[in-house]
Design a binder for this molecule. Structure first.
Ligand code: ADP
Ligand code: MG
Ligand code: MG
Length: 193
């Protein structure tokens, strides 16, 4: 159930995972990008963490709007805009009373509007799309999330910085797919699903 409490727990667990895995995400980005994905995500996460700590009255939609603005303003780069738009779309969807499936579908719309990525182009869409399908089919587990993240290893990057590196089919997990995996692990652990 998506309540104010579970939404806060979802976002807080996501922040915690980004804090714990900053170095790992940077390392993944070193292989196929510019090595800053962990640091970028951490900036948005820590800004959001401070906002959440002082918040007492926001509803779920407002909390996701707060998350969207935090990532747009503080994370920057490709990921800041992508996560930012995803969260803003989720906020709008929550306001309209959609269920979790509708909210995730709206988030994906936001990501696609910014980045136009398709499946198998080595981006967070490669996690977001199959996770949404798993929620639709009531079969989402931590293992499945992890499999979706790992699946990006062998995709050839066609979007973002990674598209420019010479060794495109390189056996490395996409950093954005990995951070997206944390977002959905947090969703499961928060009991939203
Ligand atoms: P930057 O590339 O600006 O340094 P980050 O390193 O923070 O930004 O984020 C890189 C991640 O963003 C990639 O691993 C990928 O998952 C995601 N990404 C990049 N471009 C796109 C896009 N067009 N659509 C979806 N995701 C993208
Ligand atoms: Mg980067
Ligand atoms: Mg960068």
């Amino acid at each position: 159930m998506l309540t104010v409490e579970t939404t806060k727990t979802w976002l807080s667990l996501f922040i915690e995972k980004l804090e714990m895995n900053e170095k790992y995400l940077n390392t993944l980005d070193e292989s196929i990008g510019d090595g800053d994905h962990g640091a970028n995500m951490l900036r948005g996460a820590q800004y959001l963490k401070a906002k959440l700590a002082e918040d007492t009255q926001s509803g779920s939609a407002e909390l996701f709007r707060m998350a969207g603005m935090s990532f747009i303003q503080k994370t920057g780069g490709a990921a800041g805009l992508l996560y930012g738009q995803a969260f803003l779309h989720m906020s709008q969807s929550l306001q309209e009373g959609d269920d979790l499936l509708g909210i995730l579908a709206s988030g994906l719309e936001g990501i696609k509007k910014v980045g136009q990525a398709e499946l198998r182009e080595k981006t967070l869409v490669d996690v977001w799309i199959p996770v949404t399908e798993d929620v639709r089919n009531k079969r989402l587990t931590l293992d499945r999330i992890n499999e979706h993240v790992i699946s990006t290893k062998d995709f050839k990057a066609k979007k973002g910085r990674a598209a420019y590196v010479s060794e495109q089919l390189n056996g490395h997990v996409d950093p954005g797919a990995a951070s997206c995996g944390y977002f959905f692990e947090a969703m499961l652990e928060a009991g939203v699903y």
